[in-house]
Design a protein around this ligand. Structure first.
Ligand code: GLC
Length: 666
């Protein structure tokens, strides 16, 4: 170690445990370099002295998750980190891997999925991408920050099994990438603030999950610096006038020791040293234009084709009218910036890139086809006759924006704005060939109009490359290959939490492990579009499932996927397990593996995925650890959670002593 805690005075050590200002760590009287921490998951938000510098707006994590492609998560992180290097940012405050427990959560656009395995592996790859450029990360928000309502004061009340099976695993998996920091959340967890929660921070995160980096607070999440330090929080952000006196008082009263302070300071010293050693990795590799192209390339893979009746897509010919119907309340700073690039709050990216109109991008890509593309005469249609929606194909672009999906508040509804729904219904009345493109950060209730249109494309929040990526897909230049990383329910009332949001002090996670598809499938509820759903212009067949036992609970699951169409494409295959007879109530199925495969027209590929003890285990609060119960397990291979193509039943029969083990890892 280059830095030794003995070389610092007590005053200097205490100062190191709290930010120097809003975004930097302290220098201990110049003995250390200050580190600059900046948001965010979708691009650099460097705001010094109230001015936010422009940066590349990348696809939001919610859209990135729809790619189900870890290589793209890596590339997204790497691209943002490249700009961090250019802007002298040391640590990027990302990614967030909180589980999408309710589609109402205002920050769902910043999170990956309702499923912990998908969220975990996408988060892990993103971290690896950022850190490959010598930029630090902050895996956040640990833990159970699953809505914005009263996030500073409400306690998330959760049982141990639900925490271990649903809310902890994404962090557990992402920690395999060794993030430089983990950010604790604002909320209380079972009655104790996350920032002061010793069970959460020391026992679980440090001792059980083995996290060795810095535990940093969310901004202003600490109530008392000494209680936080006692619980193993290392760095309070941002600066706070009474922080050092709180630490001094606790030292004087004897319930915090200087040895404990030194342990926290050593983590800060290690962080600084890690940053200095990263210098050789911190090279700028991309130009601004190249970052934009990477944003477009990633965005393409995130687009989900939800409905394609009569193969209305890709557009092959005839006349096309494109109408933008943005959310009527434009963002204050970029009026009518459409399509929306992302949600609001700390993850917002102030890009100087002007969104490109979809109709010009589409026209460009269809110029060599017998197609005429025009823009609707104006944004809204009091009556469709007046704006000529008589084209062969009408493309309606709708969506939310940062005034609807943002940090600090949750959505009040899952539906689009009434004016947007009215426009879709009006146009569909006079034209049967309508394609709706939706830009949003989370599930949308489409019941009012989904059966009135032939095509539905869920773009998500794709960043600055949205129009180019969507035009690539609508024109057939690129076959859509995204799949939903969260269920689109029929309505809010069907979701596990409905419109409840706690009482401002406590929210009980009464649904337990039944989150997302685990809820809808176990309750046998119809949904609008299931978890893992997404169509392509290609068509894929699954065959020849083989399950090979490779060890006591290690299995290799292999199967063949064939592209039986004349279009090149990519297929996301999903592997689920079902425990039909268990001593505890378990979800109807659980995702335990996935992969994305590029297949040319007519091509077949053999795919192999692995299962281990953890794949079969549930968290037993009786054994207080992971437990594999002997008996039958169904192995399910699907194109979505509700489109199972292959299945087989295996029998697990472990000798008793090996059934329970804390060591069962992903
Ligand atoms: C915010 C967010 C967190 C962000 C931090 C710094 O309140 O909760 O995600 O990184 O503060 O802006």
């Amino acid at each position: 170690m280059k830095y030794n805690v003995k070389d610092f005075t007590l005053e200097e050590k205490l100062a190191l445990l709290v930010g120097k200002n809003h975004w930097q760590t302290d220098s201990a009287n110049g003995k250390l370099p200050e580190l600059l921490l900046c948001d965010g998951p979708h691009g650099v938000r460097k705001c010094i002295n109230g001015k936010t510098e422009s940066a590349t707006a990348m696809p939001n994590l919610s859209a990135l998750a729809n790619s189900w492609d870890e290589t793209l998560a890596f590339a997204c992180g790497e691209t943002i980190a490249d700009e961090c290097v250019e802007m002298d940012v040391d640590i990027l405050l990302a990614p967030g891997v909180n589980i999408k427990r309710t589609p109402l959560c205002g920050r769902n656009f910043e999170y990956f999925s309702e499923d912990p395995l998908l969220a975990g592996y996408m988060g892990k790859a993103y971290i690896e991408g950022v850190q490959s450029k010598g930029v630090g990360t902050s895996l956040k928000h640990f833990a159970l920050n699953n809505r914005e309502y009263h996030r500073l004061v409400q306690s998330s009340e959760v049982d141990e099994r639900t925490f271990r099976e649903i809310y902890a695993p994404a962090f557990e998996i992402a920690l395999q990438a060794k993030p430089t920091t983990v950010m604790c959340s604002y909320n209380l967890v079972n009655g104790v603030y996350a920032s002061e929660n010793e069970k959460l921070l020391r026992k679980t995160l440090r001792e059980e999950f083995g996290f060795e980096g810095v535990i940093v607070s969310d901004w202003s999440a600490v109530r008392n610096s000494a209680k936080a330090a006692k619980a193993s929080l290392d760095l309070r952000m941002p600066c706070f006038v009474n922080a050092v006196s709180e630490l001094k008082n606790a030292l004087e009263e004897g319930w915090l020791t200087e040895e404990e302070v030194d342990k926290r300071v050593e983590k800060i010293l290690e962080l600084v040293e890690k940053r200095e050693k990263a210098d050789k990795k911190r090279t700028v590799s991309f130009t601004k234009d190249e970052r934009h192209e990477r944003a477009v390339g990633i965005a393409r893979e995130c687009i989900v084709l939800l409905k394609n009746t009569d193969n209305i897509l890709p557009i092959q010919g005839g006349s096309v009218v494109v109408a933008d119907a943005p959310h009527p309340v434009p963002p204050a700073d970029t009026p009518f910036a459409f399509p929306p690039m992302g949600g609001g709050g700390s993850a917002y990216v102030a890009t100087d890139f002007s969104p490109r109109p979809l109709h010009t991008e589409l026209a460009q890509r269809l110029q060599d086809k017998p197609v005429t593309v025009s823009e609707a005469s104006h944004r809204w249609c009091p009556s469709v006759e007046s704006v000529g929606y008589k084209a062969d194909t009408v493309v309606l672009a709708v969506g939310t924006n940062k005034t609807v999906e943002s940090e600090n508040f949750d959505r009040a509804t899952l539906r689009l704005h009434p004016a947007q729904e009215e426009m879709i219904l009006n146009v569909a009345k006079v034209n049967p060939n309508v394609v709706v493109v939706v830009y949003a950060g989370s599930a949308i209730d489409m019941r009012a109009w989904a059966d009135k249109v032939k095509g539905i494309v869920f773009a998500g929040y794709l960043g600055e490359g949205a129009s180019e990526a969507v035009a690539d897909v609508l024109s057939g230049k690129y076959a859509p290959c995204g799949k939903l990383s969260e269920t689109f329910p029929l309505c809010l009332e069907d979701t596990p939490t409905g419109s409840s949001c706690g009482n401002g002090y406590v929210e009980r996670y009464d649904e337990g492990v039944f989150v997302g598809y685990r809820w809808y499938d176990s309750k046998k509820k119809d949904v609008l579009f299931p978890f893992g759903h997404g169509l392509s212009y290609a068509e894929f067949e699954y065959s020849d499932l083989k399950i090979e036992k490779k060890g006591e609970t290690d299995y290799e699951v292999s199967f063949t996927v064939k592209n039986v169409s004349n279009v090149d494409g990519k297929e996301i295959s999903q592997l689920y397990i079902r425990d039909p007879f268990s001593s505890v109530v378990r979800p109807e199925k659980e995702l335990k593996g996935f992969t994305k495969t590029a297949l040319k027209a007519g091509e077949s590929k053999r795919i192999t995925l692995a299962l281990n003890a953890r794949s079969f285990a549930f968290y037993s609060t009786s054994f207080d650890t992971w437990y594999v119960e002997n008996g039958e397990f169904e192995i399910l291979v699907g194109a979505s959670s509700r489109d199972i193509r292959l299945s087989e039943t295996i029998e697990i029969d472990l000798p008793m002593p090996t059934q329970a083990a804390r060591a069962f890892k992903y």
